[in-house]
Design a protein around this ligand. Structure first.
Ligand code: HXC
Length: 513
């Protein structure tokens, strides 16, 4: 039987839609080292799983004189990643630079609603010149529809944005409202105001890469959570990330099957130097306590004085927040506070238990920090921990002083389990600072001030800077053998697997921002 003219027409229209912006623009896209929207979706999704919605959507013909725009510059729908259902959309740069017109915005909003109603993660692949200039204010309305839904479903379903080209003007704010932003090195740039307009208005001359390349957003602004050298590695990162997250906020991530093993880690005894001023890399500790190769660090180049990321402990997905003594002695500053607080809240949204590894003398001192608002930013950490209802575990590796001891998931702030290693120093402040306040007169008057100072420091350390006073007062639950840390964490996670917390009803809290 020969296909009817209707079937032929459908096949031909479908073929046409799939050409995107046509051969010339597709070659141009490839020549920049970029895939097309459909190629990206093919790589991301399980073979044969993509169900496209609204492929024939295009701009209102009456509103302008544009050529017919295939899919209105965005391809999207439902698919699966390693068998997990997701909603996706990919902006098609070959169609008017992936710019967002009325229908383009409407399609993304429809997909977001489907993801929200069906409680499934949403992944957006961004490659866009921003608001479609020819469509005027309709484009702005499209952005508003998207932002509204990003916020509506925030904390309900995981939202991931991968920037795979320019993300200019309005195109930056949807990613910024999602949970995770991934950038591709030398291919993606994000800016509210592009270089040309900037030069016009402020006179500043800068390239797009210098203004908003992955280097800037991963190291300086903190807008990007992950950067990858290639498009496929960025898409692989999405696949990896989804392994740590449930489909939605009413589920927990299923633990992965694990084999029996000896959980003792004798190496932990050597990794933290006994001199409390000597630096070390906390990621070496992380490697010893989490399942092999399971650590996925987030924002590894931004605010390096704190390390955050996902991992698995005995198959259970967890979020880690660790002071990093290798940078700024692990001190908490404005950027570290923002980074930690945001990650804690992300984990809490999706039932990912939190493990905190603590070794810090406190918030970073300095006029610049004070004047730029360390009080407000530092308060975010305390807020995020106190607000979180997931299982919360802290291990104090070495120093835990003052405000940092309280803010970094202390018992008084709602931690479920706090352990300390035997060399832990838990006190109001470090010995040097304390002695300078308590004994300054005595030291000044002494015949040998340096000796007296040293004696006072030793006496303070013995009396106050150890874990036993805090253990006696129930501020920590136990002093543990370092080599047994992993087994202690597994037990704590098992102990709290069904944790439930009732909180007073409220509209929402007023987090310091
Ligand atoms: C319509 C656009 C467009 C846009 C690009 N194009 N941006 N069409 N509206 N915003 C079209 C181009 O005309 C071109 O069409 C094709 O997309 C590819 O663009 P090129 O410039 O050739 O590509 P490239 O050299 O790679 O440069 C990409 C770019 C540049 C850096 C994104 O196009 C650019 O600067 N665009 C404008 C960025 C911008 O200022 N956006 C802000 C908009 S205002 P042809 O037909 O030749 O293929 C905004 C405010 C919203 O977004 C606020 C909401 C809250």
């Amino acid at each position: 039987m020969t296909p009817s003219k209707y079937i032929k027409e459908l096949a031909s229209k479908r073929e046409q839609v799939e050409t995107g912006g046509g051969e010339k623009r597709t070659s141009k896209q490839h020549s920049k080292g970029k895939w097309t929207a459909r190629e990206r979706l093919t790589y991301l999704l399980d073979p044969g799983s993509f169900i496209e919605i609204q492929p024939f959507l295009t701009e209102r013909k009456s509103s302008n004189d544009l050529e017919s725009l295939n899919g209105d510059g965005v391809v999207g729908g439902f698919g699966k990643i390693a068998g997990k259902a997701v909603y996706v959309y990919a902006q098609d740069f070959t169609v008017l630079g992936g710019s967002l017109g009325e229908m383009h915005g409407k399609k993304i909003a429809t997909i977001l609603d489907l993801a929200g109603k069906n409680r499934l993660p949403i992944i957006g692949l961004i490659d866009s010149g921003g608001a479609r200039i020819q469509e005027g204010v309709s484009s702005l309305d499209g952005y508003g529809q998207i932002f509204y839904r990003n916020v509506l479903y925030s904390g309900v379903i995981p939202q991931i944005s991968v920037i795979m080209g320019p993300s200019a003007g309005g195109a930056v704010y949807s990613p910024a409202l999602t949970d995770i932003v991934i950038m591709v090195e030398k291919i993606s740039q994000m800016f509210v105001t592009g270089p040309k307009v900037m030069q016009e208005i402020t006179g500043e001359q800068i390239t797009a890469e210098e203004l908003g390349g992955s280097f800037i957003h991963s190291q300086k602004s903190g807008n990007a959570h992950l950067t990858k050298p290639t498009e496929w590695e960025a898409l692989d990162a999405v696949k990896e990330l989804l392994l740590f997250l449930p489909e939605q906020n009413q589920q927990k991530t299923k633990p992965l099957p694990i084999s029996e093993e000896n959980h003792e880690r004798p190496k932990l005894l050597e990794l933290v130097p006994s001199d409390s001023k000597t630096a070390y890399d906390v990621r070496r500790i992380v490697e010893q306590i989490v399942d092999a190769d399971s650590f996925m660090e987030i924002q590894d180049k931004f605010a390096k004085n704190i390390v955050v990321g996902f991992a698995r402990v005995h198959g259970i997905a967890i979020g880690l927040v660790c002071n990093q003594p290798k940078y700024k002695a692990g001190g908490l500053d404005i950027d570290a506070s923002d980074k930690a607080a945001r990650f804690i809240r992300f984990c809490d949204c999706f039932h990912v238990p939190l493990i905190t590894l603590e070794d810090v003398t406190g918030f970073l001192p300095g006029v610049k920090q004070e004047h730029e608002g360390i009080i407000r930013h530092g308060a975010k950490i305390a807020y995020a921990y106190a607000e979180a209802t997931v299982p919360k575990i802290t291990v104090i590796l070495r120093k835990a002083y003052g405000g940092a001891f309280v803010a970094l998931n202390s018992k008084s702030l709602g931690a479920d389990v706090v352990y300390a290693w035997p060399q832990a120093e838990i006190a109001v402040m470090g010995p040097e600072g304390a002695v300078s306040v308590l004994n300054s007169d005595e030291i000044k008057k002494s015949q040998n001030p340096e000796n007296t100072r040293e004696e006072k420091i030793v006496a303070y350390r013995e009396k106050h800077a150890n874990p036993y006073k805090a253990a006696a007062l129930g501020m920590i639950d136990d002093v543990i053998f370092p080599e047994k840390t992993r087994i202690k964490l597994i037990q704590a996670l098992e102990m709290m697997y069904n944790k439930q917390v009732e909180r007073p009803e409220k509209k929402h809290g007023n987090m310091p921002l």
